[in-house]
Design a protein around this ligand. Structure first.
Ligand code: ZN
Length: 424
């Protein structure tokens, strides 16, 4: 017997090898982000019923900033959940949305095995609108030395002959290709830089890499995906998954918004690129609650899929609070409505506070239904940091979940069954 401290966790990790994060390679996988440090038991119970490899420790730099947690705390919380549920089949740990080498180092020191590089700040979202003259100027300004290439090299590799993508061939004009290079060239070069840094930092320890450009303004086109993959490969990057920005809207905590036929067509093409230049997995970011696209993704990608979820276990915590402590839930909702105009800024969401059903008119037992409402879900989803940083809410929040641990675990399990069943 001993206290559940970080020292105990370190000792357990040394003694019981299945408590140490590992790499999971090309197995189909799911990222089970947990902003509270209490959701892993529910994740384990759902994962156990599938053949999906789990990532139980997964938080982005932004999430840790908002919840005031460190990479080590997130890792320890996942460990306690894994230990409690007796999961012995291994799990990964994802340092999500890394932007700098310093951030990568902090996660590496805490034993993370999966690094998601987000070069979003280096993506030139204006590339599509440039005139021919502006385009040529921007092509000239790309970091060709760092890319160890030249415009004519690039043209020679990808636009002089059709590109063979297995199921089909595609021909890109010089202009299409150069627009792709202008949009993503600096992002590729930043990814290469961070990858090489990680190779040094990890000095022989196994790790895997994901590149994510899911938070760009416009959808990643076929030519752009080909450009990114072909360039990363040429520059010696080894990666296990890539998150394009898919067509349609992937708003937080709600289902896919867009045309499913169009998604299916575009996704099939992304799969072809991933098989040609990898194989690597297609990662679906903001993957929570996108129930209408799961069957399509599972069918087209097979095992080459990584489903990344983050805030949805937080919403299940709120469902549990709505059931077990309605007064607290009402307080949280009121506070979240006030914070939403500020907190929404860094997220893709379209909810409006004026369209949430009036909680004042609902009986306590009907409050959990608010977790089915589009507007309430998004508003509650993006305000988690503010809620958890509010002293008068934070203590009763965790207290309610600890006192109703089994209820929360079952809610998370049921919710993740719905996410994982299509990928079983
Ligand atoms: Zn993401």
């Amino acid at each position: 017997m001993g206290p559940a401290t970080s020292r105990s966790a370190a000792w357990l990790r040394k003694t019981l090898p299945f408590l140490k994060a590992v790499t999971i390679g090309l197995k189909k996988s799911a990222g089970c982000g947990d902003r509270l440090g209490l959701a892993t038991p529910g994740h384990v119970r759902a994962i156990r019923k599938t053949g999906v490899a789990p990532i139980f420790a997964q938080q982005s730099v932004r999430e840790n900033e908002r919840t005031g947690r460190t990479p080590s705390q997130v890792m320890d919380d996942a460990l306690w959940g894994v230990f409690q549920e007796g999961w012995r089949h291994g799990f990964g740990a994802d340092a999500d949305h890394l932007k700098t080498a310093d951030q990568a180092d902090a996660f590496a020191a805490a034993g993370y095995t999966f690094f998601t590089i987000d070069p979003g700040e280096y993506v030139d979202n204006d590339a599509e609108k440039l005139s021919a003259r502006e385009l040529e100027q921007k092509v000239g300004e790309l970091p060709w030395a760092e890319l160890e290439s030249s415009p004519s090299d690039l043209e020679h590799t990808l636009s002089e002959k059709p590109v063979d993508l297995g199921d089909f061939r595609s021909r890109f004009t010089r202009e299409e290709l150069m627009r792709a290079a202008v949009k993503y060239g600096k992002a590729v070069s930043h990814t290469v830089r961070l990858y090489r840094h990680l190779v040094q930092t990890m000095s022989g320890r196994l790790f895997e890499l994901e590149m994510s450009v899911d938070e760009t303004e416009s959808a990643t086109k076929l030519v752009e995906h080909v450009y990114i993959a072909s360039e990363l490969k040429r520059l010696g990057v080894v990666w296990v998954s890539l998150a394009p920005r898919y067509v349609g809207a992937f708003e937080k905590g709600v289902d896919y918004i867009g045309d499913l036929e169009q998604f299916q067509r575009a996704f099939a093409r992304h799969v072809a690129v991933a098989k040609t230049y990898g194989p690597y997995k297609l990662s679906i970011h903001s993957g929570s609650d996108k129930f209408s696209i799961y069957p399509i993704a599972a069918r087209l990608a097979g095992d080459l899929i990584h489903l990344k979820t983050a805030g949805t276990s937080y919403l299940e915590a709120l469902r549990t609070i709505a059931r077990c402590n309605p007064k607290l839930f009402r307080d949280i909702l009121r506070f979240a409505e006030g914070r939403y105009p500020i907190d929404r800024a860094t997220y893709h969401v379209s909810a409006e506070t004026s369209r949430i059903p009036d909680a004042g008119k609902l009986d306590d037992q009907d409050l959990p239904e608010l977790l089915e409402d589009f507007h309430a879900r998004e508003i509650l989803h993006v305000t988690y940091g503010s809620v958890l940083n509010q002293d008068r809410l934070r203590a009763p929040f965790f207290d309610t979940l600890r006192r109703n641990e089994e209820e929360y675990t079952q809610a998370v399990e049921a919710h993740f069954d719905r996410h994982l069943n299509p990928f079983k």
